[in-house]
Design a protein around this ligand. Structure first.
Ligand code: PMT
Length: 401
């Protein structure tokens, strides 16, 4: 997807700069034209000769080329680029970008760039956690930049935490996916619920279900790849996201998922309710561990949880689209149609537990999309990533104005 794309790779002064050599190599191997811009501090971490050799172009660091009377035009570079990637992006460069401080060639080019910008932060964990850095990253997000979240692990300081620049292969993949798709959800905000909810019985036990979150996470990546900004409200799952356009809110219980969803839906164009939400919660939950008493069997009393999809259906405004899921074991189509109507959904995705390749945990799904006017579209068994594409295709074709 990156063949013949013009990519500016910006490198700033952090130890992760050495990894960016591999990123440049990956882009060049994929057929992209790469122009490296280094800040003066970046040159202390990796030599420009390495990067100009890998990219096949002289590295730019300064506004002026010494003794030639020539200057490097940030405006021309900004217009040339199809994408700009800043990796690693130090806290200082992120702060400059957020506040328009154009005191070096890299940040000046960033301000001129019309192309999508991808920022891969790298710094020590405390710098990453600092409220200033958080605010600056939020500002960059709000300007439409794509933040490639750093990974957690051992840092150059030998401390353990979040702040390691994402691996070059992952950064490459983010750009590759970005260009793979038409951006038919550009400018749209999509809220997705995913995974199970856990309802506490006591501090060590809960009522839950088998949802892994795979279907919801695949939908989030698909919508992000097609240009949307995603809020992913996830129950307890062991999954990571890779797209920088996904803003994740982790929750535990149905009530927490409900509260996050209601608040996020106000600014969403689309809601996809893929979570397996517990219909009941524990009325007599305890704040201490239930002991195993000899003859006494504890009684767990249940009360109803809020129905998130229904609540959203009630506050839905014209132009907002809502999509639900139905997980059924019998009388499937009729049950799904009923849920679609009761919850005021635009369409519902039926998956059946009758099929061993569908539903919870597995990497595949078999779905039927049922629209509010009763039409049914059946699909064969596919990986959940492909199923997500089918669902988003219907959304874009028939529901997005
Ligand atoms: O996570 P995976 O392992 O990949 O599995 C995917 C999945 C099987 C969980 C997913 O494809 C799926 O079917 N999700 C919905 C499961 C479900 O709870 O279905 P339901 O028929 O009980 O609910 C109908 C709809 O109402 C769903 O959109 C559900 O999110 C929503 N709901 C239900 C109850 C509730 N209290 N609030 C809700 O919003």
């Amino acid at each position: 997807m990156l063949k013949d794309k013009n990519i500016i790779v910006g490198i700033t002064g952090g130890i992760a700069a050495y990894k960016t050599a591999s990123l440049v190599r990956l882009f060049v191997k994929a057929g992209a034209n790469v122009q490296v811009i280094m800040t003066p501090n970046a040159r202390e971490f990796i030599t420009p000769v390495t990067l100009s050799t890998l990219s096949g172009k002289p590295v730019i660091s300064e506004f002026f080329t010494a003794n030639t009377g020539q200057w490097n035009s940030h405006v021309d570079l900004g217009l040339w680029a199809d994408a700009m990637v800043i990796a690693p992006a130090t806290a200082s460069t992120i702060a400059k970008m957020a506040n328009g401080v154009a005191d070096n060639m890299l940040v000046t080019t960033y301000l001129s760039a019309k192309a999508p910008v991808f920022v891969a932060p790298a710094m020590d964990l405390d710098m990453f956690k600092h409220p200033t850095t958080k605010r600056n990253l939020e500002l960059l997000r709000s300007y439409g930049n794509h933040i490639i979240e750093p990974a957690a692990g051992e840092l150059a300081s030998h401390l353990i935490g979040k702040g390691r620049m994402e691996e070059p292969e992952k950064i490459f993949e983010v750009l590759d996916r970005f260009f793979e798709k038409g951006q038919d959800l550009a400018g749209k905000r999509v809220m997705i619920t995913a995974g199970p909810t856990y309802e506490k019985i006591d501090p060590v036990r809960f009522i839950g279900n088998f949802s892994s979150g795979k279907m919801g996470f695949a939908l989030a990546e698909e919508c992000a790849a097609r240009g949307a900004e995603i809020t992913l409200i996830a129950g307890p799952v062991a999954l990571n996201t890779s797209s920088p356009a996904i803003h994740r809110i982790d929750v535990m219980s149905a009530q927490q998922m409900h509260d996050a969803a209601i608040s996020e839906f106000a600014t969403s164009d689309v809601a996809i309710l893929c979570a397996a939400v517990a219909d009941y919660t524990v009325e007599n939950a305890l704040d201490h561990k239930i002991k195993r008493e000899k003859d006494e069997i504890p009684v767990i009393r249940l009360k109803k949880n809020p129905d998130i999809a229904k609540a959203i259906g009630e506050i839905k405004k014209p132009g907002q689209v809502t999509i639900g899921f139905a997980l059924e074991t019998d009388n499937e189509v009729e049950n799904a149609k009923g849920k679609c109507q009761r919850k005021n959904l635009d369409f519902i995705v039926l998956n059946s537990l009758q099929n061993k390749d569908a539903g919870f945990q597995v990497d595949t799904n078999v779905i039927t999309i049922i629209t509010s006017d009763g039409k049914a579209l059946e699909y064969p068994c596919k990986p959940k990533t492909e199923v997500a594409k089918d669902i988003v295709d219907v959304l874009v074709k028939d529901y997005i104005i």
